[in-house]
Write a protein that binds this ligand. Structure first.
Ligand code: ANZ
Ligand code: ZN
Length: 822
């Protein structure tokens, strides 16, 4: 048929792509084409693809397809992040093994991705729940363990009572489980950690590679805050009745003379130790209360301050003052040293506490603001020191340097740096994840599973109720699985029953894409060296701190191991917006969900993709209520007809040199602008330019030189080539109708001819107070600022302005400038 039939084209071209895998990457060392590594954050297989996938993958696909068009060797892979709780919860509900749900959904999504026509190399497909993949999680864990970067410790952890598993700090959002929204509680458990804190400084410093627009600024600042570097000093306080002093971390050592009490985190062992018998009952009761709170609640400045006196005194190292030692929950056990010197005059939390419990407030910095003891507002700002002996009169900054020198001389303090970042809590008490490859032997302790015994596979006979949350891993109940021989002494031992956080899986999967089938290493180091770091990564903002920080950490460790030659995984990052409907996020409860499958049924893949890309800049949210896939479909029909008509009128290879000059210029200018727009990720602008080109070609056919004109063929071929980035089915079919062979999508980009990019000048009238005084010849696309500059530079205009004051300049580029003088 000569009209655009989305469904028929989908079937036809999908079958061809399936047979030919046209987007396969090559690793032939003789291949001299530039390489390009483009990765979309992989999908989680919960049901079929949704509108969010459709947007993200349409964006990633334009970027990859543009590179294919330029003739580059592109690695654009696909995979599934297929371990995790939803599969396990579904299995419990349905009485099945999580693999059933997982692999069924992966198949559904794979079919949908194929229909969606994304330009991926299907031969590299991976699933993290395959033993061929997760065995390398285990291998990595063992390498981290050998390097002291994986360790187990007993500590207070975030526990989700609903999911019955621990959560990393990163998975607790405002005191609630990121996944199910249940309020998180604290529990003391023996857990595995990755020592990401060893890399805190590098994670911070190396962000300079990601600046200047390579990564979005807000993601960088979220990472910076998450790492949370603070500079200050460690100061040692003697505690009466204790041999060793207790160190505190402070960002304000200059305020040391204003320290009027001392606070220990109520849940720190130190608090327990320092508590005197008379205060024991009060303290124990208090501790019990604190255990039920989240860190966020504890640090909220809104909450009333609570605490108990421990019956002890600390000695201020600079003035020998005895200050009372309290236990309170606003001090966190796991930050700094779990104890602080409290300076109520200059720290609001300390002031609230002092006012609550009648503790003294002493100003030591003259800030020019009211006395905190009276106003109830601490004064953290700049000023000169007072009540501070040798520091008196110094400004804050100098006082900090001076006091650090003094402390250093006396051996009671040093400059110090602290990070908010905590070690990555990695073990989970759930089933559907990578088993931790450690065997616990009563004689030998923690013994690594030897590499040649990997993968240590999940049992496949647990299902349904076997997996129900019990507070310990379901693996613990599988006796056959748990009991093992100690690899060191051969005695009876037990396997670790926890599984790894699924963020381990996603920390290095992009490296596996370079050689997904190697079975003697996580990746082929030569192939990873060939592709290098990911050139362009595309995905949602929700991963700003979790996944992206962990992936950066993994790459740094692998770099230190000498396995890879780069220390940042993603050179450029693009965060797409969300697809919303009627101004609100789509949700079941609002009933405003839009079903991707139904949209595709109605309008076809090309129209849905085009609509996503035309809606606005990729970072912005798309409101599906405001866009029109029907209009996209109409446009596709018009574009298709132009290609069909040009194809019927002229042969491929027709020399365009004799063609209509106006249309040729329109074509070459469109090519130029579409390239620039795609390179700067302004896909909506690229689509708009393409639409203009279709309009110009239509006009040339209907009321210009007619379809026989070689310029019409040139325009129609340019339409097919550029359209292939956004609407691959229409483009392939159009190309075929133009009599061209081979896929339109690869190596067909056109370089505009420079002579055809020059634009005719237009005349701009320049007025001074509404009287015409000069005429300028300017480019039709001149900007307002440039035009204003030119107009004001005109001698004629200047002579009419004379010495008068210019009130304002009205600019209507490219036709008019009016200089209004007093
Ligand atoms: C005295 C002081 C005076 C402080 C002053 C601040 C202002 P950041 O910037 O977050 O690193 N602090 C130290 N350890 C703490 C812990 N475990 N839990 C809660 N608070 C803790 O904050 C460092 C400041 O937070 C430290 O500096 C300490 O209070 C407090 F005018 O020491 B400061
Ligand atoms: Zn042993």
């Amino acid at each position: 048929s000569d009209s655009y039939d989305a469904r028929a084209l989908q079937e036809k071209w999908q079958a061809r792509w399936a047979a030919e895998n046209p987007f396969a990457a090559s690793e032939d060392p003789a291949d001299t084409r530039p390489r390009r590594f483009v990765v979309d954050m992989f999908a989680y297989p919960s049901g079929d693809l949704h509108m969010g996938h459709a947007e993200a993958f349409a964006i990633g696909d334009v970027i990859a397809r543009y590179r294919f068009q330029l003739g580059e060797n592109v690695l654009h892979p696909i995979g599934w992040d297929s371990f995790g709780l939803p599969a396990e919860n579904a299995a419990i509900k349905n009485g099945t093994h999580p693999a059933e749900w997982t692999y069924a959904n992966i198949e559904t999504q794979a079919e949908s991705f194929k229909r969606y026509g994304i330009s991926v190399d299907w031969s590299r497909r991976l699933h993290t729940s395959d033993p061929e993949y997760y065995r390398w999680n285990q291998w990595m864990f063992l390498r981290f363990f050998e390097r002291g970067l994986a360790y187990r410790k007993e500590g207070l952890v975030n526990w989700c009572p609903q999911d019955q598993t621990v959560l990393a700090n990163e998975q607790v959002v405002q005191g609630r489980c990121e996944r199910c929204g249940t309020e998180v509680v604290r529990r003391s458990l023996n857990q595995w950690y990755f020592r990401i804190t060893d890399y805190a400084e590098r994670l911070l410093q190396d962000m300079d590679q990601l600046e200047n627009g390579n990564w979005p600024d807000d993601v960088l600042s979220m990472q910076r805050n998450w790492i949370g570097r603070s500079t200050g000093a460690d100061v040692a306080f003697t505690i009466e009745g204790r041999d060793a002093p207790v160190t505190v971390f402070t960002t304000r050592p200059d305020t040391l003379y204003g320290a009027t009490f001392f606070v220990v985190a109520a849940d720190a062992e130190l608090a327990d130790e320092l508590c005197t018998p008379e205060h024991r009952a009060d303290f124990d009761a208090y501790k019990e209360r604190v255990a039920r709170l989240s860190d966020i609640e504890r640090q909220s400045t809104e909450r009333e301050k609570t605490g108990v006196f421990l019956g002890r005194y600390a000695i201020n190292p600079v003035n020998g003052e005895r200050i009372p030692v309290w236990a309170a929950d606003y001090v966190l056990a796991e930050y700094g040293h779990g104890a602080i010197m409290a300076v109520p005059a200059h720290d609001q939390r300390d002031l609230d506490f002092a006012l609550e419990f009648g503790l003294p407030v002493r100003e030591v910095v003259e800030t020019g603001e009211g006395d905190p003891a009276e106003t109830g507002t601490a004064t953290p700002g700049e000023g000169r020191l007072m009540n501070s002996g040798p520091l008196d009169g110094l400004p804050k900054g100098e006082a900090i340097d001076r006091i650090i020198e003094v402390l250093h001389e006396r051996g009671t303090g040093t400059a110090s740096v602290n990070y908010r970042l905590r070690d990555w809590l990695l073990s989970r008490q759930r089933f559907w994840g990578t088993p931790i490859p450690i065997i616990h032997c009563p004689a030998c302790g923690e013994v690594p599973v030897p590499d040649d015994q990997l993968p240590m596979k999940l049992p496949d006979d647990l299902k349904g109720a076997d997996l129900a949350p019990k507070g310990v891993s379901p693996l613990a109940a599988a006796a056959d699985w748990v009991n093992a021989e100690c690899p060191a002494c051969g005695g009876p031992a037990e396997r670790d029953t926890d599984t790894m956080d699924t963020f381990v899986d996603s920390s290095w999967y992009y490296l596996r894409y370079c050689s997904p089938h190697v079975d003697d290493a996580p990746f082929d180091v030569d192939k990873v060296a060939y592709w290098g770091a990911v050139d362009q990564y595309i995905g949602g903002k929700e991963h700003a701190t979790l996944h992206l920080l962990y992936a950066r950490f993994f790459v740094k460790v692998l770099y230190d191991m000498g396995l890879i030659g780069f220390d940042e995984p993603f050179r450029r990052l693009l965060n797409q917006g969300q697809v919303v409907n009627g101004g609100r996020a789509m949700s079941k409860s609002l009933g405003n969900g839009v079903d991707l499958g139904e949209e595709i049924e109605k309008y076809g893949v090309d129209a849905v993709r085009l609509t996503m890309l035309f809606a606005g800049p990729p970072e912005d949210d798309i409101d599906w209520a405001d866009v029109s896939p029907a209009a996209s479909l109409k446009f596709l029909n018009r574009a298709f007809r132009v290609m069909v008509e040009a194809g019927a009128a002229t042969e491929p290879g027709t020399d365009p040199a004799d063609g209509d000059v106006a249309l040729r210029k329109a074509t070459h200018q469109a090519l130029d602008k579409i390239s620039a727009a795609v390179e700067s990720h302004r896909f909506n602008v690229a689509v708009a330019r393409l639409m203009e080109l279709v309009t110009a070609a239509r006009k040339a056919v209907d009321s210009g030189p007619g379809a026989q004109d070689p310029a019409v063929r040139e325009a129609a071929e340019a339409i097919a080539v550029t359209l292939s980035l956004f609407a691959p089915y229409a483009a392939e079919e159009g190309w075929e109708r133009l009599g061209r062979t081979g896929s339109v999508a690869i190596g067909n980009w056109r370089t505009p001819v420079p002579e055809l990019l020059t634009q005719e000048a237009v005349t701009c009238v320049v007025q001074v107070s509404s009287k015409v005084r000069d005429k300028l010849q300017v480019a039709p696309d001149i900007g307002d600022d440039e035009l204003e500059r030119l107009a004001l530079a005109s001698e004629k205009v200047q002579s009419f302005i004379g010495g008068k004051e210019v009130r304002r300049v009205v600019v209507k580029a490219p036709k008019l400038v009016n200089v209004v003088v007093a």
